[in-house]
Write a protein that binds this ligand. Structure first.
Ligand code: GDP
Ligand code: ZN
Length: 292
């Protein structure tokens, strides 16, 4: 039988099989020998031990599309980044750091601004304008007023999506609307793993109302970009892409060099000042790190 690992705790893997529910499985020794550890998000084949007790063994890990390090999850299709449009105001610097982090892992990002009921149409357009060339999908929703949820559901349909955002932006409110059965499902699993209650909580996939899964990740308030050469940062600012190779200097990082097309585009208002400023700040941060 084929399923997806939705949770892993102390050597047990909880495998969701669409037609029949969740099986508590152990991984066979062979994976340990191969130094291959099953990950949440893995599509697997399981051998059933007991249909009644819903137990089994993970027999095969199917080929992975990708495996993220943070959060540790396999086969992620996209990331949903939630900020509040207001209250709290979006931290664009944090947002841009997240885009770099996901860009490096090759994961497309959907930028979702919740609490859109608190801002005007005009303010929405201002925010949208900053990110229109960033390569992200941009969405304005309101969990409270239930606005934009249909569009969001369509984006999530049939996909595995990791959901991130600072706390207070309405992430839980949104997830409750998207996956109302999440609580029930979690309760069912926790009964089985009562004995593992004191172990650390691991990543967990939540089934959506429709087809698909989301993974909730803890709220974060800061993000440090590591192991990135400052010269490579520009690759993760998509709006610079069309100028690469056109600047006077080969390897122009678009900061202090003369005859730089990115800076010209900035002057002309084609590139967002806010995005550019965050780029420069991140660049300096990476540069200083290397010096030490
Ligand atoms: P989390 O910390 O990101 O999980 O945020 P919560 O879901 O706990 O919501 C934080 C606060 O924002 C709560 O007081 C919610 O009632 C409020 N909230 C959530 N969504 C909306 C929204 O769309 N509009 C407004 N005005 N408030 C919201
Ligand atoms: Zn340049």
């Amino acid at each position: 039988m084929q399923g997806k690992i939705v949770k892993g705790i102390s050597g047990f893997y909880y495998v969701h099989v669409v037609e029949s529910g969740i099986y508590e499985c152990k991984a066979k020794g062979i994976f340990r020998q191969q130094k291959m550890k099953p990950l949440v998000g893995d599509d697997v084949e399981i051998d059933i031990i007991s249909e009644e007790k819903k137990t089994g063994n993970v027999a095969v890990i199917l080929p992975r599309k990708n495996a993220l390090i943070r959060p540790a999850v396999a086969n992620v299709d996209q990331a949903l980044l939630i900020f509040a449009a207001a209250s709290p105001n979006p931290n664009f610097n944090l947002l841009d750091r997240f885009l770099v982090m996901m860009g490096r892992q090759d994961v497309p990002v959907i930028l979702c601004f919740n609490k859109c009921d608190l801002i005007t149409e005009e303010q929405q357009q201002e925010i949208a304008a900053i990110y229109e060339a960033s390569g992200c999908k941009i969405l304005f929703v309101s969990a409270k007023k239930e606005l934009g949820l249909k569009e969001l559901q369509e984006i999530l349909e049939g996909k595995t999506t990791t959901v991130a955002g600072p706390s207070g932006v309405g992430k839980s409110s949104l997830i409750n609307l998207l996956a109302p059965e999440a609580c029930m499902e979690t309760g069912e699993i926790s009964k089985k793993i009562e004995r593992g209650r004191h172990t650390t909580r691991h990543a967990e996939l939540i089934q959506l109302k429709g087809d698909g899964y989301i993974m909730d990740t803890p709220g974060f308030s800061s993000l440090v970009i590591e192991n990135l050469e400052p010269e490579d940062l520009k690759e993760y600012f998509r709006e610079f892409e069309c100028y690469n190779g056109r600047c006077k200097f080969n390897g122009c990082v678009h900061i202090h060099e003369p005859e730089c097309f990115v800076k010209e585009a900035l002057q002309a208002g084609t590139i967002s000042q806010l995005r550019y400023d965050n780029y420069v700040q991140l660049y300096d941060e990476l540069k200083n790190k290397r010096r030490w």
